[in-house]
Ligand binder design. Structure first.
Ligand code: PEP
Ligand code: MN
Length: 345
């Protein structure tokens, strides 16, 4: 259920509606737009009935009460009025709306030298945020699993040196505390997209979350995953298309470009594209990035390494750091075609 307040509604009237919703057992999610406030009333199906019986249509300051038709309520475009989009901002560096975010960095944190060199190069080229995994989801339990806490410490140093906000993956809720000390954005990997307790946990933390689409997940499943985070009161959620499993074997995954405009129709949340994991091949990263940016993606998350041939993991898909400035220039132009400006401008 969605309660649309009148533009003239007072703060007291808004609060009174919130109190009445909560007394009926629903959770109120007010969204204060420039012109008016919309309050999402979220509860289980039974509680929706109680809310419907509150007669809020007649309450002072209320314009109308409308059912939210989609199963993902807080993620749906319907909940925002006037086509408002979610913009995630960290230290003035934005992703979403008219702001294009370039998230760049190595697949995994390997060494001090590797992380600091990459961070310096991508910062100088104009990247928005820095990525790097300290905890890595690997298919083989015998493969390198990430440096863990030591990796987090190195990411902290990269931030101290460059000022770039840090995006890093959380795989296990038991690592939440140390990750929160360093991360500016918590990444939930494709393999954890449907780890519902983990999603709820990051929903309760006050930190932006980037959710990657599962290898074989539908867009509705991705949106329902975002709903787990939003439902806990965390509004800063970004979705990431990173390639899905198809019958094609010529490349690692198939980048679903159609997901970009479709997600943007269904949700106000920013849509990020990962061309690195989709392609699995460095030579495909630039064309896929250009296509994604021109199709209206709000940002790109790309792997960059000073010496990819020696990388501990995902070497074949990581861009050479010294080629990154040229890559970013091209992507920036494609984003401009779609009406976006690279942040920070
Ligand atoms: C990553 O971004 O480091 C990663 C492992 O990606 P995904 O979860 O999309 O495979
Ligand atoms: Mn990787």
């Amino acid at each position: 259920m969605m309660i649309v307040m009148k533009p003239s509604a007072t703060e007291a009237e808004i609060q009174s509606v919130i109190d009445r919703l909560e007394s009926a057992g629903a959770r109120a999610h007010p969204s204060r737009g420039e012109e008016l406030t919309v309050i999402g009333a979220i509860g289980d199906v039974e509680r929706e009935v109680h809310v419907a019986e509150l007669g809020l249509e007649m309450a002072p300051g209320v314009d109308k009460v409308i059912p939210i038709l989609k199963p993902y309520k807080l993620a749906s475009t319907q909940i925002k009025h006037g086509g408002e989009r979610t913009v995630v901002e960290i230290d003035g560096r934005k992703l979403g709306g008219d702001h294009f975010g370039m998230i760049a960095g190595p697949c995994t944190v390997e060494s001090r030298e590797q992380v600091l060199t990459t961070a310096r190069i991508v910062k100088e080229a104009g990247a928005t945020w820095f990525r790097g995994g300290a905890y890595k989801p690997r298919t083989s339990p015998y493969a390198f699993q990430g440096l863990g806490q030591e990796g987090l410490r190195l990411l902290k140093e990269a931030k101290a040196q460059t000022g770039l906000p840090i995006v890093t993956e959380l795989m296990d809720a038991r690592d939440l505390e140390p990750v929160l000390e360093v991360a500016d954005v918590v990444q939930i990997g494709a393999r954890n997209m449907q780890n519902y307790p983990l999603l709820s946990e990051v929903g309760r933390a006050n930190i932006p979350v980037l959710i990657k689409r599962g290898l074989s997940s539908t867009l509705e499943e991705l949106l329902m995953a975002s709903e787990y985070v939003l439902k806990e009161g965390n509004p800063n959620v970004m979705l990431c298309e990173r390639g899905i499993r198809t019958f094609e074997t010529a490349y690692r995954f198939t980048l679903d470009l159609t997901a970009i405009p479709v997600l943007k129709e269904l949700t106000h949340l920013p849509v990020v594209v990962d061309p690195s994991h989709a392609a699995g091949r460095r030579d495909l990263v630039t064309p896929l990035s250009l296509a994604a940016a021109a199709a209206g993606a709000d940002g790109i998350i790309v792997e960059v390494h000073p010496d990819p041939e020696e990388a501990v993991c995902d070497g074949p898909q990581q861009l050479f750091a010294d080629r990154f400035p040229e890559y970013l220039e091209q992507v920036e132009r494609a984003a401009q075609v779609a009406g976006k400006v690279l942040s920070p401008a």
